[in-house]
Write a protein that binds this ligand. Structure first.
Ligand code: PEP
Ligand code: MG
Length: 761
């Protein structure tokens, strides 16, 4: 389609001709400024307009006139409009094109005398979009009053897509010249989020199911592009059909419904039609797919309706699939081109998907969604990588291969970090390495306080990779083994044989150290794809954990059978989660007894020693201790859930996450009474919620009487160091006084106590 001199052939559409010329400017040398200057000139000439201007988004959501032909050159870099101010600001605010024949009479018109724009009557402007964000505004103006055609608006939109590449300017060598501030871009940026797993790491961003970087925006031959696009759509449809078939064959109704909706979108004529139009206008197939997605994201970004947002995610996923099919590439996890240090960025990701990535390269995880108690967080903890969640729009603000520092301790992320941050990071990494060395030496020393009180320290686990931590930390055992994690990384329910094999391996690896297996704790946020738990209005208060186990006894019995077989003559410790009444414990215990009886009958060796306990997570159980304690061999406090039910505050909801402090009189009082009751009944009590993983909280727990804690392995060194510097007697007396306080939190008081007594927390 190119003419004899390399220019476009005569007779082709204006948009394509203009794009071909633009491509030459884009590919040419020069600063961003000089290229933008050429581009506005070119657009004005081709679109027969007296004025063409390019506004670029600056930090603080300000649009700066960056290049113009037709307006007063003096106004360049001087004229600035807030988002929402004037017609240009309106286009940026709504992220929609605007075409007006009589601009000065428009209610939003803002007259800027320095631009000399008074003679111009008509205006058409479009947002410059990239990654679903507004990066600037492209405008043309005419002196004579005129109505712009739809085709002209479309052409300008297509051009804006190409200009967006220049404005985002990643390969221009002028990084820092154009800042896009809060709307993302090329300057160092700090993004705030929620600590999901502490730690500090650095690497290059890999976007999970990332949109591929599009190298060529303007097509050489649109017919060829159309053919490529149609072929990619066919392969995508075929692969989705196949996925649907296999899902249907496995009898997973929910999965089938989702896929069917998905397929409906994939065949959406409007969507495919818009992509065709963009290709006809001169974009490559990839750029056209991206262009249509940009429009959709910009239009829907401000909508908060969760249903619509989910649909937007569906289209995002389809876009990614299409781009993958177009490139003939495989997904990020299997790409074989992962950098050595991967900082994975995802909207949300399942535990199985996370494990698809090469663990040796994974350094950190950034999530747009996510909560500390989600299972991917627990898996990430097992992999010992920092995780920051609730980083809004991380997927659009971080670009593939951006250098990123993840500060899990403070729930923050530095994208394209400046030198001083990098230096600070380096110092911190060295400090941590020294500390790790100290902790490793500490593994041989007993977790004993200065006044000789021995505290049993244990680790929480859920995967086989956790078990070696027993050795490296010197822990007494596994205080909580979350059995649901291996269930969650599968696509179907594991049978008794595979469960048995897995639990046996855990026991083999743990050797003489005891492992407290918790039976399946699914439901709520912990979804199994193959368990139909329906959407529940209030999942945390809904059908979960032991409630499912008792309603579906075959499932719980299969697990208990596997645990008994795995123990085969060894010690077995089992605990039931979310028990709310003694009757529930009795019912669960009966199932266990039935399985013991069955094992005996079938000739399997019985466990040498069987200990059965409960997790204390539901407050109701606190008032049944006289009946419960004689029935159990041990009790483990799940402080994550217990605190959530005690304060009636969703543990995963950041709006209330910091409102109630577990270091407060009601929680400490309650725990103190519980420990005293357990001690009096001679029932060992431990705590395995996240509280035990934080040195200050762990200190308070020892203060109220706990002599056994179970924590995430990464916290072990810090907690043990704290204990070895502690005097338990005076601490307990001090904590007694705090239990009587009327304050909402005694955190600061405990901090001062630790400081005054030289206890590192
Ligand atoms: C808890 O609730 O404190 C607990 C340890 O269980 P999970 O976090 O797995 O719900
Ligand atoms: Mg729990």
């Amino acid at each position: 389609m190119r003419g004899a001199q390399g220019g476009p052939a005569p007779g082709i559409s204006p948009s394509r001709r203009l794009l071909a010329r633009l491509r030459d400017v884009m590919a040419g040398s020069g600063t961003i400024q000089s290229r933008l200057d050429k581009i506005v000139k070119l657009i004005a000439a081709e679109m027969v307009a007296e004025v063409c201007s390019c506004y670029v988004m600056r930090p603080g959501d300000v649009l700066e006139l960056f290049a113009t032909i037709g307006l007063n050159p003096e106004a360049v870099h001087r004229t600035r409009l807030r988002v929402g101010e004037g017609l240009v600001g309106e286009i940026a605010l709504t992220a929609r094109p605007l075409a007006i024949a009589n601009a000065p009479s428009h209610p939003n018109f803002a007259y800027r005398p320095e631009t000399g724009e008074d003679p111009y009557q008509s205006l058409v402007g479009v947002p410059i979009l990239r990654g679903g964000k507004v990066r600037g505004v492209l405008v043309i103006q005419n002196a004579k009053r005129r109505n712009y055609s739809e085709e002209e608006v479309e052409t300008l939109q297509t051009i804006a897509m190409v200009v967006a590449e220049l404005v985002a300017g990643r390969d221009t060598g002028e990084q820092g010249q154009i800042a896009t501030g809060s709307t993302g871009g090329i300057l160092p940026t700090r993004l705030g989020g929620l600590t999901i797993n502490p730690g500090l790491a650095q690497g290059l961003a890999v976007l999970h199911q990332s949109q591929l970087t599009i190298r060529q925006m303007v097509a050489d031959d649109p017919n060829e592009e159309l053919a490529r696009f149609n072929a990619a759509v066919d392969t995508m449809h075929a692969s989705l059909d196949q996925l649907l078939e296999t899902t249907a064959a496995s009898g997973v109704e929910e999965g089938r419904d989702i896929l069917e909706t998905y397929l409906m979108f994939a065949r959406d004529r409007g969507w495919l039609g818009r992509i065709h139009e963009a290709i006809n206008a001169g974009l490559t197939a990839e750029a056209a797919v991206q262009r249509v997605q940009n429009d959709m994201r910009a239009r829907m970004a401000h909508l908060t309706d969760p249903y619509i947002r989910e649909r937007l995610y569906d289209f995002d996923d389809l876009t990614n699939r299409l781009l993958l099919h177009l490139s003939g590439k495989v997904s990020a996890a299997d790409s074989g081109t992962l950098p050595d240090d991967v900082v994975l960025v995802a909207r949300s990701i399942g535990p199985a998907e996370l494990l698809d990535y090469d663990r040796r390269r994974l350094r950190a995880l950034i999530l747009e969604d996510g909560s500390a108690t989600s299972h991917v967080a627990i898996v990430a903890r097992a992999l010992d990588i920092p995780v920051v969640g609730r980083v809004s729009e991380a997927m659009s603000l971080i670009e593939p291969l951006d250098p990123v520092i993840v500060d899990g301790d403070h729930g923050q992320v530095f994208v394209r970090p400046a030198e001083d941050i990098q230096e600070l990071f380096q110092q911190n990494v060295e400090l941590r390495a020294r500390r790790r060395q100290e902790y490793a030496e500490l593994a041989r020393l007993p977790p004993e306080s200065r006044d000789g009180v021995r505290i049993s320290l244990n680790i929480n686990a859920g995967l086989l990779v956790d078990i070696p931590h027993l050795e490296s930390t010197g822990a007494d055992g596994v205080g909580l083994f979350r059995t649901e994690i291996p269930f969650m990384v599968r696509t179907n329910f594991p049978d008794v044989a595979s469960q048995t094999e897995f639990y046996a391996k855990v026991l083999d690896h743990a050797g003489e150290r005891p492992v407290h297996f918790r039976t399946l704790d699914v439901g709520g946020d912990k979804k199994l794809p193959y368990l139909d738990a329906q959407d529940q209005e209030n999942p945390a208060l809904g059908w979960r954990a032991i409630r499912i186990g008792l309603d579906r006894p075959a499932m719980l019995r299969a697990q208990l059978r596997a645990l008994i077989r795995a123990a085969a003559g060894r010690e077995l410790r089992v605990m039931f989660p979310m028990v709310a009444s003694v009757a529930e414990f009795d019912a669960a215990r009966r199932l266990l007894d039935m399985e013991l009886e069955r094992a005996r009958r079938d000739g399997f060796p019985l466990p040498r020693d069987l200990r059965v306990g409960v997790m204390l997570e539901v407050p109701a159980l606190l008032w049944q201790l006289p009946q419960l304690l004689p029935r159990i061999d041990f009790l483990s406090v799940g402080s994550n859930d217990l605190a959530q039910y005690l304060f009636a505050a969703d543990r995963g909801n950041p709006k209330v996450a910091r409102r109630y402090d577990p270091l407060s009189p009601p929680m400490l009082n309650m725990l103190r009474t519980l420990v005293r009751d357990c001690d009096a009944a001679g029932v060992p009590v431990s705590l395995c919620g996240e509280m035990a993983s934080r040195p200050l909280e762990a200190m308070a727990l020892v203060g109220v009487g706990f002599r056994s804690l179970s924590m995430t392995p990464g916290a072990f060194g810090a907690v043990k160091t704290m204990i070895r510097r502690l005097e338990v007697g005076p601490l307990a007396r001090y904590v007694d006084t705090l239990c009587g306080s009327a304050e909402a939190s005694v955190r600061e008081r405990l901090k001062f106590y630790a400081m005054d007594h030289g206890v590192p927390v």
